[in-house]
Design a protein around this ligand. Structure first.
Ligand SMILES: [Zn+2]
Length: 266
């Protein structure tokens, strides 16, 4: 737990890679909303379109895909994100294969983020009432293996050069975590947008998410100078520091905490 100095970091280009529609809204859309307000350009990569996530015999997987993509696109728009890529891998069956790693390397080399957000592939047991979804684990592992070191190695997946894509090193990786967080981003000003984004996932909401989100985000913020927070573990690759725009260490914003606390789930 060494990354205590980057809490005020504002990225320029952010890619978020997740398994399902609504994963971003539960884990990090308050942070995204904040960074968009501060000028960041953001790209969402949805590995599946959540096609088995609507339990209704009358709805086919193709229809579910259309519904959930529309919900995700609407949720992205709430926080100012219009660049949403759907890879349409089969929901519930994702594996961290070399093929998926390559698909993600392609997206990373295309968008060239300075910051990548994904889940925690090591999160397996989460509290006593949830097991982290296998798609979450597989996508997180594939995304982390894609961003480091694969995307940055010129002779790995060299065939992507035929598509005009060359190696790209990402400066920071933000892993969304429930436990052992090193960085807490202050989402006090954007929690309403986070809730509004979540509400777009109508097919997944049996009740309004507001109360649950406020409760959990407040728990993340406990003991820090903020009302609501999202929590991450952050890895910084100093050799990939974007040259033109060095990181600033001043300003208001997220606060890093010396001791980990969070213990909730999505
Ligand atoms: Zn999910």
């Amino acid at each position: 737990m060494t990354n205590q100095t980057n809490q005020t970091y504002v990225p320029k280009r952010v890619m978020v890679i997740v398994a399902h529609p609504d994963d971003i809204e539960f884990s990090c859309s308050g942070t995204i909303a904040r960074w968009v307000k501060e000028g960041a350009e953001v790209c969402y990569v949805l590995v599946t379109s959540g096609d088995v996530g609507i339990i209704d015999a009358k709805i086919t997987k193709a229809e579910a895909t259309a519904i959930r993509e529309a919900e995700q696109t609407a949720a992205a728009k709430v926080v100012g994100v219009t660049n949403v890529i759907y890879l349409r891998e089969p929901d519930g069956m994702v594996q961290a294969t070399m093929e998926l790693r390559k698909r993600l390397v392609r997206e990373i080399r295309k968008f060239r983020p300075d910051t990548l957000i994904t889940g925690d592939p090591t999160a397996f047991w989460v509290g006593d009432s949830y097991i982290n979804h296998p798609d979450h684990r597989a996508v997180a592992l594939a995304a982390i293996d894609a961003v480091f070191p694969a995307a940055g190695m010129p002779t790995l997946f060299k065939e992507l050069e035929a598509e005009g894509l060359t190696a790209h090193k990402t400066y920071k990786v933000y892993v969304t975590v429930w436990e052992n967080a090193t960085t807490f981003v202050n989402i006090t000003d954007t929690i309403d947008l986070k809730i509004e984004a979540l509400r777009q996932h109508k097919s997944q909401m049996s009740m309004d998410p507001s109360e649950r989100v406020r409760e959990r985000s407040a728990e993340m913020a406990k003991g820090k100078e903020m009302a609501y927070a999202e929590s991450f573990r952050v890895v910084t690759f100093e050799d990939a520091l974007p040259k033109a725009e060095p990181e600033t260490e001043t300003g208001e914003g997220a606060t890093a905490m010396p001791e980990p606390t969070a213990s909730t789930r999505s």
